[in-house]
Design a protein around this ligand. Sequence first.
Ligand code: HEM
Length: 461
Amino acid sequence: MVTQTISSPTYKTPPGPPGYPFVGCLPKMLQNPLQFLMNSALEYGDVVHMGAMGRQQVYLVSHPDHVKYVLQENSQNYAKVKGQTFKELKNIFGESLAVSEGERWRRQRRLMQPSFHRQRIETLVAVMTEAISQMIKEWRSTERGKPFDVSLSIREVTQKIALKALFDVDADSKLKELIGAWDPIYKFVSDRLLTPFKFPVEIPIPSHRRFQEAMLKLNTFIYDTIQERKQGDKQSGDLLSMLLDARDEESGDSMSDLELRNEIIAMFIGGFETSATVLAWTWYLLSKHTSVERKLDAEIAEVLGGRTPTFEDLRHLKYTRMVVEETMRLYPSVWLSTRTSLETDFIGNYRIPAQSSILLSPFVTHRLPSFWNNPEGFDPERFAPEQVAARPRYAYYPFGGGSRYCIGDTYAMTQMQLVIAMVAQKFRLNLFPEHPVERQAGFTLRSRYGMLMTLESKSAS
Ligand code: HEM
C-alpha cells in the first residue's frame, strides 16, 4: 500500500458546503447532482467534504492527481463494492465482475479479458456493421420530416449488437420484450442510486413490482439462453462459450448457472446502455456544431469513399474518434463512481478517515477550468495527440482507471465510431425545434426527454 509523503504536519479536514445532521449535503445533491458536485468542486477545491451520511464521511475528489491516487496508486485502500452505488448495482448484477472484489474479481477478470482483446473485437465488426445497416434502412423508411427519438433507436441497435456479439443470439423476436424490460430496471436503479434510505426491494410497492417483473423477464431470457447453449453443440467462440468452458484453476469447477447469469447480464447491459447514451449526445452536439460536422463528414468521405467501414479503417478515422472522446468529456455515461477508504489516508493536504465514502465524478473533473479552456465548449481538437500529451492522465477518465479500468472500452469505441461513420455518410440529424434537452444523472447520464430529431438525407444511395 502506498503511503503519501507527509510534507505538511497540518493535515486538515477539507472544506465543503454546509450540510444537515445525519444526511450531510445529500438533500442538496439530490436536487441537481451534477450541478451541485460541479459547484462544490469550483467553490471548495480539489477535495471537498460533503458532510456525513450517518456515521460515514463523504468526500468529493476531483483533481486529476488525486483521482489517479485513488484509482491507481493506492487503489488497495479504496474498495469498490462497498460504495453506495455499487451496493445498488448488486440488485441487478449479483456478484459479477463489475461488482466483485479481491480474489473473486481477479479470477473473473482473467477469465473474461480474452473476449475483449482487439483481435476478438475485430471479428465483431461485421456483426456491428450489419446491425447498423439494418437501422439505417429502417430510418430511410421513416416519414420525411417526422421527428423520432434517436436515443431509443440507437439503444435498440446497441442492444441487438450486444446480444449477437456477446452471446450469438439473433434476437429480433425477443428484442422488443427486452427493451421493454430495461426501462423499469433503469428507472429503479436510477431512483435508488444516491438514496441511502430506501425500502427493501421485497416490499411490493408498484415500482418494486415493475422492477421484479422486468428482472424475471431478463433472467428467464438469460437462463433459457444458457440452457439452449448447454444442450446444443453450437461452438460460437463468443463470450458465453468462453464462460461455459471456463474452469477454476484450483478446483476445476465450471461456473454455476447463477454465476453465468450474473456475468452475462453485466456484459449485456454494459454493452449497450453506456454507448447508446454517448451516441445520442453525439448527434445532439453535431446538430449544434455544423463546423465540427463538416470536418467529420470530410474525414469520413476521404477515408471511406462511401463504403462500409472495416476495423482497419477505424485507425484512420481519427477525427471521428476525437468527436466521440469530446462527447464523453462533456457527457460521460458513468458520471459518478464511488469508493470506500479502508484505512485512514491522506489526499493532498487532507486527512481522509477510514470508512469514508469517496465520490469520483468524471463529469466534474472533465470540466475543471484549470485543465480545460472553455470547459462547456464542444471542441474535438482537445483530443489531438499533442493536447492529450499536455494534460495529466486523469484529467479525462470516462472509462475509469487502474485495475478496474473498463473491460469493454475497445468494444465501445469500435461500436461508437462505426455508428457515427455509417450514419453520417447517409444522414444529417437535426434536433427537433423546441425539443427540451436536459441532462439527467441516473444510472447513466441520459437526456431526460430523449433526443427528438429529424433526418435529412445526404445521398440517394
Ligand atoms: C461508452 C461506453 C462505456 C463507458 C463510458 C464505460 C465506463 C466504465 C467505467 C467508468 C468503469 C469503471 C467504474 C469504476 O471503476 O467505478 C467501467 C467498468 C466496467 N465496464 Fe464499462 N463502459 C463502457 C462500455 C462498456 C462495455 C461495452 C462493456 C461490456 C461489453 C463494459 C463492461 C464493463 C465492466 C464489466 C466493468 C467492470 C470492470 C472491472 O471492475 O474489472 N463497459 N466502465
